[in-house]
Write a protein that binds this ligand. Sequence first.
Ligand SMILES: Nc1ncnc2c1ncn2[C@@H]1O[C@H](COP(=O)(O)OP(=O)(O)OP(=O)(O)O)[C@@H](O)[C@H]1O
Length: 223
Amino acid sequence: MIRFEKVAKRYPNGHIGLHELSVHVRRGEFLFVTGHSGAGKTTLLRLLLAMERPTSGKLLLAGQDLAKIRNSQIPFLRRQIGVVFQNHQLLFDRSVFDNVALPLHIMGLGQDEINARVSQALEHVSLKDKAMQAPADLSTGQQQRVGIARAIVHQPALLLADEPTGNLDPRLAAEIMAVFEDINRHGTTVMIASHDLALIARMRQRMLTLQRGRLIGDGESGL
Ligand SMILES: Nc1ncnc2c1ncn2[C@@H]1O[C@H](COP(=O)(O)OP(=O)(O)OP(=O)(O)O)[C@@H](O)[C@H]1O
């Protein structure tokens, strides 16, 4: 599903985000990307979202080379991807339901379809009973789950997460990871950037390790 072939990213100020990275990710995989601050984790995710372009190399996502993608095609690319951020970026003046429905409104779906898909996404993160509440009335872990529901509501083939458990205590972080594993079991490819090695070690999933823009490890975590 994803193939990095000698992908390098050099920023205009000369900083190196990635050095010639080569990695293959199959459809349906679950994997972590780890490494210290500045290792290149966010750069890798931003390349997949076509928020940045490789300086050199080939980056294939579902057969399309993101090094060459036209700007007009980027919205269609992003419909195949869901993104979860550390600070979930919810709209606090809207209900949980409206927050999750947002991507579907942008896609122009009808209200019946929106109702069905939002209910399904909220069910996935065990928040169906909170649909009409405001995000401010929810706990931090529940807010993060709303962010996950919003990221999967358009049924993306690929789910990306950047430090999704960064501000959660270990118990909540483990709960959020269980939600990601459940989403993955339903067929979505899941890629999570995180530096929480203790949590990753307990998960026994594929782990890519980056160091200063280079891939220094690719194997099962916790071994
Ligand atoms: N927009 C940018 N402009 C210039 N340099 C950048 C930019 N974004 C990242 N970099 C540089 O690229 C390198 C990799 O950064 P990146 O943000 O990908 O690392 P990271 O592993 O996600 O780090 P963190 O865990 O701190 O988020 C760093 O040297 C960083 O300074």
